[in-house]
Design a protein around this ligand. Structure first.
Ligand code: SAM
Length: 259
């Protein structure tokens, strides 16, 4: 006996036994029964196999972040990132700021508390609702825009300050496009504040991408922001404690740049 899979496009509509199927549609025959496996177990196995493949395929990056952010509380905490907080002396009330992939808003809200006019962009609506709630709790205005950074149209010379904290989710090519967007969206003389993980983070495994090419190095960032009036890049290891997401030793790379 063989398993029949009823397939339409990329969808498996039904996996079962040939005898039970009496419909005319494209059918693929495969799946020999391994020795010792009962027909019921084989059917269950086939069903699970297809369901798992399907959910892996359709569980998009957005769904993954939505699932994370739908848990109660603030995944990365409500305090600003430590590096960002240490740069308060460079900020002036009234400046326009863009917080890239700002998630639940801990950084965007803190910038607003410094008196900046902040646009907080992220693709997760759940995170943005939390960002708005945090802004309301702190009594500051926060503009939010739900957008996919990979396809977002970066405005020209629109911001005095751009902040990107742990925004290493795009592919290396996507990161290059994001860095170009940041360059373009900064006003002349504008301030860029970036923090991300360095390559040694793969050893610490306390957060961040698992792919070497997505991690920052001084050379990558110097190349990406060549032509800036000033660039101060620091690579170091430190203890982190940011909500329940980033806890423990981490290899960080900080950038303070002036366009
Ligand atoms: C590691 S978290 C950092 C969040 C925030 N910057 C912070 O430090 O608290 C990465 C963020 O990127 C967002 N994100 C991932 N892919 C994105 C995309 N393609 N477009 C916009 N936001 C994205 C996630 O929703 C999440 O909020």
């Amino acid at each position: 006996m063989q398993i029949l899979h009823v397939i339409q496009g990329n969808e498996t509509l039904f996996s079962g036994f040939g005898a039970r199927i009496g419909v005319v549609c494209p059918v693929r025959m495969d799946g020999m029964r391994p020795p010792g496996m009962t027909l019921q177990r084989l059917h269950d196995y086939e069903y699970e196999r297809h369901a798992t493949a399907k959910s892996k395929e359709t569980m998009s990056e957005l769904e993954r972040w939505e699932t994370r952010f739908s848990a109660p509380g603030y995944h990365f905490g409500t305090e600003p990132n430590a590096f960002l907080g240490s740069q308060a002396h460079l900020l002036r009330p009234g400046q326009t700021a863009l917080a890239v992939a700002d998630g639940e808003g801990r950084n965007g809200v803190w910038l607003a508390q410094q008196g900046l006019d902040v646009l907080s962009v992220d693709f997760s609506p759940t995170a943005q609702r939390k960002a708005q709630a945090l802004a309301a709790a702190r009594g500051v205005p926060l503009r939010t825009e739900q957008a996919d950074i990979d396809t977002w149209t970066w405005p020209d010379a629109a911001f005095d300050v751009i902040v990107g904290i742990f925004v290493q989710f795009p592919s290396p090519e996507g990161q290059a496009r994001m860095f170009d967007g940041m360059r373009r969206a900064l006003k002349p003389g504008g301030l860029l504040l970036l923090e991300g993980y360095g390559r040694k983070q793969l050893e610490y495994a306390t957060g961040g991408p698992k792919e070497l090419a997505r991690l920052y190095t001084r050379e990558r960032l110097e190349k990406a922001f060549a032509g800036f009036a000033s660039l101060d890049i620091r690579e170091y290891d430190t203890m982190t404690s940011e909500g329940d997401a980033h806890v423990g030793m981490a290899a960080l790379v900080d950038l303070v740049g002036r366009k």
